[in-house]
Design a binder for this molecule. Structure first.
Ligand SMILES: Cc1cc2nc3c(=O)[nH]c(=O)nc-3n(C[C@H](O)[C@H](O)[C@H](O)COP(=O)(O)OP(=O)(O)OC[C@H]3O[C@@H](n4cnc5c(N)ncnc54)[C@H](O)[C@@H]3O)c2cc1C
Length: 466
């Protein structure tokens, strides 16, 4: 094994993005992943009852996820993603009849006016709420970078947002983007979602959904890509320890006892595992000690197979219910398959699975009349307890930059400082930034990180910071 190799530890999106960035620039890479497959938290399993490959949870990206989309393009799998240019919002349950469905689409107007007519069409918000919402969005976009962080609920209260608009607009968007409740979400992270996603560019909000199970992209497809690029990928190769010699990392010790030497290292494991892998001297450094304070939030997904189709919609955003997003995955050999996502699923940990399946299927059947007589053939819930880090106020003070205190060691992972929440975009950005640092150490000053979507002229003028 040549010691000029870059050794990347962790085959989630952060490690994969770093490996792709370096391999495509002819840098020799060894990628070590402890599990028998690539993809990390973006993965699939085989459901024992149906034999079908299902995702641990539907993963979606937005149009503003420029690095994630670039990553998919680089590995040649953009055609495995489908861009949804309409979002279907189902209003909260109502005593007086079926919940209205509003189609959210971009009008042919410059940002931020492109979404005004869709917001105006939401009958569950009063005109006074919509007006105050417009002012609050403007204030949010104009918030100076130096504004102190605080819980977003406090900021909303100060901006006179009613309980209805908090629940049926702010909460709806943020809980699915950040998997936390409004009282715990950082103002800075809330701002990021709305500004980048909805206000600055007409395409920022468009949602991209994979057409295939996650494992097809991040494991099977990437494995072929790595083979073509002579990247050395080792599965079931858990790293026990980084080896330090004279103040630099000189190699890794695998759980099998094997050691590998290298000159540059990228540690791309989840934040709670970092302290156990780094040398003792580094474990005491602030970069690592602060990671202990990062809290996490669970995301649950209910997987349901019915004997008939419930809806022709490809997806639906569901307001005022336990179910938050429903994704229609179409007909399979086992029935009509729907995936329902429940973010910030804190209270589900104590509820029996059958109870959750029952409530979710009841909610879906109440929305769509043709679903009333549908029979549930099979249902299950998958909960990822440490799905994402909680974007609490001050969270970014706990996230280290990609350059670790040891010159030849980079951190990568959605938990590193990227300006993004825990998302595939955040993970890919971290991998790209770590790769940039490695290239710079090799004397190659190359930009790997992709630009944000351009700020449209009207949005730039309206939202110039005070
Ligand atoms: C249920 C759920 C739903 C989500 N939904 C979305 C969504 O809709 N959109 C979105 O953008 N994001 C979503 N996310 C977040 C997204 O999946 C993560 O932000 C991203 O995948 C994190 O990638 P990562 O590489 O930073 O970490 P991980 O994916 O955790 O990768 C770390 C890797 O390191 C490996 N590893 C650990 N220890 C060792 C060791 N000692 N040696 C070698 N390897 C090791 C692990 O096995 C793993 O493969 C969701 C996450 C979950 C769990």
């Amino acid at each position: 094994m040549s010691d000029s190799r870059v050794i990347i530890i962790g085959g989630g999106l952060a490690g994969l993005a770093a490996a792709v960035a370096l391999s495509s620039r002819d840098v020799p890479v060894t990628l070590l992943e402890s599990r028998p497959r690539l993809g990390g938290r973006a993965s699939s399993i085989i459901d024992q009852e149906t034999g079908q490959t299902i995702d641990n949870c539907q993963h979606v990206a937005m149009g503003c996820c420029t690095n994630f989309l670039h990553f998919c393009e680089t590995i040649g799998c953009s055609d495995l993603l489908e861009r949804q240019r309409e979002l279907y919002f189902i209003g909260p349950p109502s005593e007086s009849g079926p919940s209205p469905c509003v189609t959210f689409r971009g009008a042919n107007l410059p940002a931020p006016l492109h979404l005004a007519s869709s917001l105006a069409a939401m009958p569950w918000l009063s005109w006074s709420d919509k007006l105050k919402l417009g002012f609050a969005l403007r204030s949010l976009a104009r918030l100076p970078e130096s504004a102190p962080d605080e819980p977003f609920a406090t900021w909303l209260q100060r901006h006179r947002q009613s309980p209805a608009v908090c629940e049926h607009f702010w909460h709806t968007v943020l809980v699915s983007a950040l998997s936390e409740t409004l009282d715990r979400i950082s103002l800075k992270h809330a701002r990021k979602v709305f500004v980048d996603g909805f206000l600055l560019n007409r395409t920022g909000w468009e949602v991209t959904v994979p057409r295939v199970p996650l494992t097809t992209i991040y494991d099977e497809h990437l494995t072929s890509w790595f083979r073509e690029h002579q990247t050395d990928v080792r599965l079931k190769a858990g790293v026990k320890k980084l080896i330090e010699t004279n103040g630099v990392i000189s190699g890794v010790e695998l759980r099998s006892g094997e050691t590998l030497a290298g000159t540059n290292f990228i540690l791309a494991v989840p934040q709670n595992l970092v302290a156990g892998i780094v040398p003792e001297s580094l474990a005491q450094h602030d970069h690592v000690r602060r990671l202990e304070q990062i809290q996490t939030a669970p995301i649950a997904s209910a997987h349901l197979w019915f004997d008939r189709s419930l809806t022709d919609l490809p997806h639906a955003v569901l307001l005022g219910r336990l179910s938050q997003w429903a994704f229609n995955r179409g007909v399979t050999d086992q029935g009509h398959y729907l995936q329902v996502v429940i973010s910030a699923a804190f209270e589900l940990s104590t509820r029996p699975e059958a109870d959750i399946v029952e409530q979710v299927s009841r909610e879906l059947q109440a929305i769509w009349p043709k679903a009333r007589d549908a029979k549930l053939l099979h249902g299950r819930v998958i909960t990822e307890h440490r799905a994402v880090f909680s974007p609490l106020p001050g969270i970014d003070d706990l996230r280290p930059p990609q350059q670790s205190p040891i010159a030849n060691l980079q951190w990568a992972g959605d938990w590193t400082l990227t300006g993004w929440p825990a998302t595939m975009e955040g993970a890919v950005r971290s991998g790209y930034l770590a790769a940039e640092n490695v290239l710079r150490r090799m004397g190659r000053a190359e930009q790997v990180l992709q630009s944000n979507l351009p700020v449209e002229t009207l949005a730039g003028w309206l939202y110039r910071q005070a």
